[in-house]
Design a protein around this ligand. Structure first.
Ligand code: BTN
Length: 241
């Protein structure tokens, strides 16, 4: 049983974004570990300004307020990705791979995403996990790349069954000392041929390692080591990138 993760939980039916609600709660003094869960989000937020589609009851839409030492922020997104992977393993027996920095993939399809936002000195850890969608539940534009635990493993896990193992895993992973080693072992990006898409353009290379700040070090096709901090990185699969 976790001691702080989910120490107080607000269950909402529909909100625009659990991250927005949790940030407001953080401003009002929510304790470390306070969590907001919604059955549906009407304005779910993704990384890099994208939307996150969050239909009622088909996934876990969760935000957790974290009051951590500044030294823990650097690895928080890696700890969170491992926690989601752990919770998938606990509920359906398969640990998804992690695509840098924190997308969770099963058979190459994204089943979960993580958005961390700062609110003053607190971090709000937003986690979306696609659980029960069938292919036709995803918008057409996402259908080729998105999946759920149901489509990828056949396991039909309701949000309320996914929450306890996830809170357990968040508590364990956020405090883990050798988190970068654990992350490296489950990160499909490291060692792979990648395409990096940055605001200024894109390039091909091989992902080599992480630096101390968690940035991805990529050896480009010209033989130059490049440090990638905020970008979309696709990993080469059977059908190219
Ligand atoms: C991504 O782009 O991969 C990150 C998606 C994060 C979605 C979750 S769902 C719960 C929380 N509330 C939000 O508005 N976003 C995050």
């Amino acid at each position: 049983m976790p001691t702080w993760a989910g120490c107080v939980i607000r269950h909402e039916e529909t909100v625009d974004s659990t991250n927005r609600v949790a940030r407001q709660w953080a401003r009002e003094g929510a304790p470390h570990g306070a969590a907001v869960i919604a059955r549906a989000q009407t304005g779910g937020r993704g990384r890099r300004g994208r939307d996150w589609v969050s239909p009622a009851g088909l996934g876990l839409w969760l935000s957790v307020v974290l009051r951590l030492a500044e030294s823990a922020w650097r690895t928080l997104s890696f700890a969170a990705a491992l926690a989601v992977s752990d919770a998938c393993e606990a509920t359906c027996g398969i640990a998804p791979q992690i695509k840098w920095p924190n997308d969770l993939l099963l058979n190459g399809r994204k089943i979960s995403g993580i958005l961390i936002e700062m609110e003053g000195s607190a971090a709000v850890l937003g986690i979306g996990v696609n659980l029960r969608q069938r292919a036709e539940d995803f918008p057409e534009a996402l259908r080729a790349r998105a999946g759920s635990l149901l489509t990828q493993t056949g396991a039909d896990i309701p949000p309320e069954a996914f929450l306890p193992p996830l809170l357990d895993a968040i508590e364990k992973r956020v405090c883990q000392e050798d988190i970068l080693d654990a992350y490296t072992a489950r990160c499909v990006t490291l060692g792979s041929a990648v395409r990096v898409i940055e605001a200024s353009g894109s390039f091909l290379g091989t992902a080599q390692s992480l630096d101390a700040s968690g940035a991805l070090i990529v050896l480009d096709t010209e033989g130059i080591l490049r440090r990638v901090q905020a970008a979309d990185v696709s990993v080469r699969g059977e059908n190219g990138f």
